[in-house]
Design a protein. Structure first.
Length: 128
């Protein structure tokens, strides 16, 4: 699979790529690139497809951490792979959700009480 037609057919057959990590770190443009070309990037990175252009050779260097990403496609895949590794390492700790109602340090009622006390003190000290 080392012709341009092979690469184009691979993209067409595979369809959209599922970005299976948090989308928070990606721009909309990066997400679109990953969804459209993710399977192709994965095939290039794993050796299923051989690079046929200088740009693809540079992409492989980024994948192998031989250089930093420059293009938006390189950057998107680099961020994707980094995020996947981070989420895999962090595991379930990323799924812990903050619940403000159970926060005993400073909950909403405490904030209201503090605001009333501050307003009262300011009013008392600034009477004419």
């Amino acid at each position: 699979m080392n012709t341009k037609e092979d690469h184009l057919n691979y993209i067409k057959v595979k369809g959209n790529f599922k970005v299976d990590c948090s989308h928070q770190i990606f721009t909309q443009e990066e997400l679109k690139i990953l969804e459209k070309f993710g399977h192709w990037f994965q095939a290039l990175a794993s050796g299923v497809l051989e690079p046929i252009s200088d740009e693809q050779l540079e992409f492989i260097k980024v994948v192998n951490k031989e250089k930093l990403p420059i293009t938006i496609a390189e950057n998107a895949w680099f961020k994707y792979m980094g995020r996947k590794a981070y989420e895999q390492k962090a595991g379930d700790s990323l799924n812990a959700h903050y619940q403000p109602e159970s926060d005993t340090f400073h909950n909403r009622e405490m904030a209201k009480k503090q605001k009333r006390m501050m307003f009262s003190e300011i009013s008392r000290n600034h009477k004419m």
